[in-house]
Write a protein that binds this ligand. Structure first.
Ligand SMILES: Cc1cc2nc3c(=O)[nH]c(=O)nc-3n(C[C@H](O)[C@H](O)[C@H](O)COP(=O)(O)OP(=O)(O)OC[C@H]3O[C@@H](n4cnc5c(N)ncnc54)[C@H](O)[C@@H]3O)c2cc1C
Length: 281
C-alpha cells in the first residue's frame, strides 16, 4: 500500500487554486483526504498532482446569509455537527454530520469533499438533499450554482467538471422544521446500509412541506417523492405514516450486496423511515 509519486501544491487563495488547476488539469483537489488518500493507497486513483485546499481561507467558515446558511466547502464534519447556527437553522445537517465515521474522520473530512466524492452510502448527501441545499462551484471559466439534486449523478459521479471546485454549500434555513436522521451503519465502515433524512414543516396540524431523502439504498442518495406526496397536506396519523414509509423506495433500483440483500434493504428502509417519522411526533 505505498502511494505512487505525485506532485503537491498548497495554494494560499481561491484565485491561486483555480490557476494551479488550470495549469495542471490532471490534478485532484485534496480536502480532508479521508476518501482520496485511501483510494490512492488502494491504487483506485493515481493523480499525478494534488492541490491541497487546507491553506485557502475563503473555503472556511459558516455564515448567516439571511434566508440561507453559507457553509464553506472546507468545513469539517465536526464543525458542521457542533455549529450553533447549523443546529438551529439546518439541524438535519448537524445530525447527519455527527453520525459520520468516527472522531478522526469527522475531524478531517469536509463537507465539500463528501459531496464531491458522492459515495452512495454517505450521510451528508442525503441530509443536504432533504434540505434542498445547493453547491457553489468555481473554475477558470467562472462560478455556477447547482442543486445537490443535480450534483449527484451516481456512485462517485457528480456533475462537476474535473477542474471545478466546490467552494460552498448554501442551505435554505429550516428553522422550526422537525428534522431527524436515522442510520443503520455498516459495523466496520460506519457508512449507511440505510440512512433516512427527514425534514417536516407543519402548520395548523397539517404537513405543509415534507422532505425525505435516503442514502445507502440505491446508486445515489435520492428524494422519496411518492412518500413525500403522501404526507403533504395531511394531518399525520399512524396510517398516513405507514403508507408513506411503505413507498420510500418507490421507483428505485434497490441495491443488494454482501451487507444486505435488495429485499432486506428495502424492508429496512421502510422500517427506518417509519421509525424516523414516528420519532418526530
Ligand atoms: C474509516 C472511514 C469511515 C468513514 N465513514 C463515513 C461515514 O460513516 N459516512 C460518510 O458519509 N462518510 C464516511 N467517510 C468518508 C468521509 O466522510 C470523507 O470525509 C468524505 O467522503 C470525503 O471528504 P474529504 O474532505 O476527506 O475529501 P477528500 O478525500 O480530500 O476528497 C474526496 C474527493 O473529492 C474531491 N474534492 C475534495 N474537495 C473538493 C472540493 N471542495 N471541490 C471539488 N472536489 C473536491 C477530491 O479531489 C476527491 O476526489 C469515512 C471515511 C473513512 C476513512
Amino acid at each position: 500500500m505505498t502511494l505512487a509519486a505525485f506532485a503537491y501544491q498548497r495554494p494560499r487563495s481561491l484565485a491561486e487554486a483555480v490557476e494551479a488547476m488550470a495549469e495542471a488539469p490532471d490534478a485532484r483537489w485534496l480536502s480532508g483526504g479521508m476518501s482520496l488518500l485511501p483510494m490512492m493507497k488502494l491504487e483506485l486513483a493515481a493523480p499525478p498532482a494534488l492541490l491541497d485546499l487546507s491553506g485557502v481561507e475563503d473555503l472556511r467558515g459558516i455564515r448567516d446569509e439571511g434566508d440561507f446558511l453559507h457553509i464553506g466547502a472546507m468545513t469539517r464534519h465536526v464543525e458542521l455537527a457542533r455549529d450553533p447556527a447549523v443546529r438551529r437553522d439546518a439541524h438535519l445537517a448537524s445530525l447527519a454530520a455527527e453520525r459520520i465515521g468516527d472522531p478522526q474522520v469527522r475531524n478531517r473530512g469536509t463537507v465539500g469533499g463528501s459531496l464531491a466524492h458522492a459515495d452512495p452510502a454517505a450521510d451528508l448527501p442525503a441530509a443536504l438533499l432533504a434540505l434542498d441545499a445547493e453547491v457553489e462551484a468555481v473554475s477558470a471559466r467562472g462560478r455556477r450554482a447547482l442543486s445537490v439534486q443535480d450534483l449527484l449523478l451516481g456512485p462517485m459521479m457528480t456533475a462537476l467538471e474535473p477542474d471545478e471546485l466546490i467552494v460552498a454549500i448554501r442551505i435554505p434555513k429550516h428553522t422550526g422544521h422537525r428534522q431527524a436522521y436515522t442510520k443503520v451503519p455498516h459495523p466496520a465502515s460506519g457508512y449507511a446500509v440505510v440512512g433516512v433524512a427527514v425534514a417536516i414543516h407543519e402548520e395548523g396540524g397539517r404537513v405543509r412541506q415534507a422532505a425525505i431523502a435516503v442514502t445507502g439504498v440505491a446508486l445515489k442518495a435520492f428524494r422519496a417523492a411518492r412518500a413525500e406526496a403522501v404526507l403533504a397536506g395531511q394531518a399525520v396519523d399512524q396510517e398516513v405514516l405507514a403508507e408513506a414509509a411503505g413507498l420510500v423506495c418507490d421507483g428505485q433500483d434497490v441495491l443488494g450486496d454482501v451487507y444486505a440483500s435488495a429485499a432486506y434493504r428495502r424492508q429496512l428502509a421502510q422500517v427506518v423511515t417509519r421509525r424516523t417519522l414516528e420519532g418526530l411526533r
